[in-house]
Design a protein around this ligand. Sequence first.
Ligand code: C2E
Ligand code: CA
Ligand code: CA
Length: 680
Amino acid sequence: MSNTSAELRVLNSQDAAKLLYSNTTAACLITLASSSALAFGFSDSLVSSTKLIWWGCMLLTLIPRQLDGYFWQRKIQPRRDFDGDAAQRRFGIGCLTTAIVWASLPLLTFDRLNMIEFSTTVIVLSSMAAGGQSILAANARIAISYALILLIPISILGITSQDDFRILLGGLGLVFGIALVFTYSKAVKFTLESINTRNMYLAMGEQLREDKQQLGKVNKELSQAYDKLNVVNSTLEEEVNKRTEKIAKLSYLDPLTKLMNRKAFTHTLSKLTTRAAQSNSDLALLFIDLDGFKKINDTMGHQIGDSVLQEVTRRISAFADTNKIGRWNGDEFLVALPYSDSQTAQAIASAMISSISQAIVVNNSSMHVGATVSIAMCPEHSTQAAELIQFADLVMCEQKATSNRLPTVFSNELQQRIVASQSILEGLQHAIERQQFYLCYQPIICAKDNTFGSFEALLRWDFADRFIGPDQFIPLAEKSGLIISIGAWVLNRACMDASHWQHAHNAAVSVNVSVIQLMDDSFIRALDNALRSSGLPPDRLHLEITESIFVDNKSKIKQQLKEIQTRNIQVSIDDFGTGYSSLSQLQTLSVNQVKIDKSFIDNMNNNGEAIIRATLFITSELNCKTVAEGVETIEQVEALTAMGVDFLQGFYFAKPMRNEQLIEWLNPINDITSVASATK
Ligand code: C2E
Ligand code: CA
Ligand code: CA
């Protein structure tokens, strides 16, 4: 319930009615007693018969009032919604009727009342008027009217009489009546305020109770929700735990093979090496690299490739605990073998290689991969996991470079080589700024007329008075990325030198370009810069690219070759026939020249000649020129010329020479009648 002022007014009115009615019986009894005393208390009264009638009237007034009081108590009051104002009016009617009956007594009997009777009547009426104060305090109009009706008529009668005593009593009655009006007003005000205050408190109490109930309800709902939340939380917690476990697993497991990934394996290996070092026992680390896997992946698709990797994982797992095997990279695996010396490790590695090399059947097709295994030992080589892996990897690089298929253990000699290559690498980083590079040029001769086709620029490095051949430092420069800046230097130098060759002003310069350099986004810019700054016509620049371009990103290579050839720069395939290329692949890339590798020239007496002839056949079909490299003898010159090779290059004609030497060598004043005789 809300305690709006309208509701409060209704409550107040109801309470006032209750208060008025609460004394009905007492009021009726007092009235009956007082009226009876006045009616029958005076044996010498002259108006006893009038009084009797009057008393009868009083009785007739009191009985309905009493009945009304009874009815009120039984029927109306218990109802919460009774009309308080109406009840007060009803009570007022009864009460004021009683007052009128009281007032009628002096009016009817005044002349004939003796002094005592009159005095008594004044006293009784005054008492009744005063007594009403407490009974009628809930309604000002009734209370005041009651007092005035009771006292005014008798007072006026008294005042207007001829008798001094009656005048005095009448005056007293009037004063008393007026005084009562004031006291009544105060009493009523006080009573109504009390009712109002009480109801306000009750309403507040009710509101509080309601709020409390509401609060209780909300509390209950909250606790139910809390229970539910607890249930949800606990399932959520379970779910989170499960997921965390899964994520943790995923974060250290390779999803394809379910072997440890790099991070997890390195961590495990650290623990194992620490243990091995502490117990001074051997631990072998095997680095396994699959051979021929890339081809399967490229030709058969990644799904088959994945199945092959899974099968290889199963085969490796036959030799070691799976919690000691890791997948390092695409087709690289690492295996830790605790308590295993190098001989045992090599024996296990050999067995692994033959197991992996067995045919693998996927989707009814049988395929083969090989494996190369390198080994590093703890604590002999290192007790650090990362270093052990690095050493094994270095051996692997060495094995791949030398096509060594036997399981090989890391050695101090290898380490020395590595240290040496590290110092070379450091030196390479400063070689340009320290001006340690220079170029040598080797002529490439036209087989038909012995004229100069071009001069191949070959890089030389003067490193702390040590001579380090390009075969040694170029791979390091490629690995470290230094080849980009070194290559740009070579291009600039070669173009600049060639632009000053007065006695060979039509000959081209052939510059070797690494595939890494070619693939770099800055390459074309470097090319343009070299041509622009030297002023060399682009058709006097040839680029030699090794045949490893056949294995790299073909679309990018094609795009770069197109960029090069639109500038009218010629492109040669270097070392043709040694590695990845095949004659059929030659058709996929448009090149201007093919350089047949020295090994075929050396082997002409065996099957070299057949390969040279096959190459010549294809190149003539593709409208592509051929160069024979490493021509050392007159027999080779004659045989190659007879076969139809376009150009010849080799020590037979000239060794690579510094630019100054070349300029001198080219000068006709030096009486060089033919190129061949000049170098003989
Ligand atoms: P390449 O491009 O095949 O160069 C030919 C190599 O064979 C040169 O060795 C040259 O001196 C040598 N040679 C030439 N004629 C004969 C001969 O009749 N008999 C013998 N035995 N050898 C002959 P070099 O100068 O040591 O270069 C080795 C390799 O280094 C080059 O092989 C080339 O791949 C690379 N290289 C040289 N300079 C550069 C360069 O500036 N950039 C790049 N990327 N690679 C270079
Ligand atoms: Ca070359
Ligand atoms: Ca070559």
